[in-house]
Write a protein that binds this ligand. Structure first.
Ligand SMILES: [Zn+2]
Ligand SMILES: [Zn+2]
Length: 276
């Protein structure tokens, strides 16, 4: 049987866990226990085609931790720092400084996302593409590699956030990697095997004990009930929650208990393998 294999390289959100300088109980526990209690920035790896989606600032460390030995294809979902600031990883992949030789890797993103990333990050894609030649930039909404078809949708025209629909034969995975709310309807989401979704606060209580409904970013965060609604409406078999922010104030131990009560909803950890 042919399987589609993915790996969560980093399951953290805007700030990693443990967060530098933070003395909260989640961060202290992560320092003590390590392993699945720690979370690096959000990214996903498609094992079969050696494709990485997103480069948070710690992606080089995360790839080492998760024993990723090759990246042939790269995509970035949007311009926010927690998805872009590790872009320097392409220097190591696509350019040999000693031999002064380049072997560009394929880079794919929506045209508006490429524009945003360049504008917000000192034209980094232009530099790596046109000057250092370690990436080859493809402006596209569809990627075809071997048996894989990957569609890129702009979920939010105000912020240009890419969602990915990854298909191989009859398998289908949606990667809604950041700011999924509002969740823009798309017929392609029906009957997906897996939805990997970000920014979900399960009980609406934040790390400092305050309530999500009073927070400035409240409209961008899903509740668990809303995620269950999406799962049912689109007849999605399994949901994996990722981009788990330190601000939610919940540990790996907490989520592994919580998911026992839920119907095929799981919480990501760094190194989680998803086999479809
Ligand atoms: Zn903390
Ligand atoms: Zn993000």
């Amino acid at each position: 049987m042919i399987t589609l294999k993915l790996k969560i390289i980093g399951s953290g959100g805007m700030s990693i866990i443990p967060s530098s300088f933070c003395k909260c109980k989640i961060c202290e526990e992560a320092r003590k226990k390590g392993g699945r209690y720690e979370r690096l920035g959000p990214s996903l790896y498609i094992d079969d085609i050696k494709m990485l989606i997103d480069t948070p600032e710690d992606i080089a460390v995360a790839c080492n931790r998760q024993k990723i030995s090759q990246v042939k294809h790269l995509s970035i979902s949007h311009h926010d720092p927690d998805h872009v600031k590790g872009i320097r990883i392409v220097e190591k992949i696509g350019y040999d400084f000693i031999a002064d030789k380049n072997t560009p890797i394929e880079f794919y993103a929506l045209p508006e996302v490429i524009e945003d990333i360049n504008r917000m990050n000192l034209d980094c894609l232009k530099y790596y593409g046109d000057v250092l030649h370690c990436i080859s930039v493809n402006e596209t909404s569809h990627i075809k590699i071997d048996n894989f078809d990957i569609d890129l949708f702009n979920n939010n025209r105000d912020r240009n956030i890419t969602f990915y629909v990854i298909r191989e034969n009859d398998k289908k995975v949606i990667y809604a990697c950041c700011n999924p709310k509002p969740f823009t309807h798309n017929d392609m989401y029906f009957d997906a095997d897996v939805l990997i979704i970000s920014l979900v606060s399960d009980d609406g209580i934040l790390n400092d004990g305050t309530e999500l409904k009073d927070a400035p970013f409240k409209d961008e965060i899903f509740t668990l009930d809303e995620v269950i609604e999406i799962k049912n409406y689109y007849r999605i078999k399994k949901v994996i929650v990722t981009h788990i922010d330190e601000m939610w104030g919940k540990s790996y131990g907490y989520y592994s208990e919580l998911e026992k009560e839920l119907d095929n909803i799981f919480f990501a950890y760094d190194g989680m393998e998803i086999i479809v």
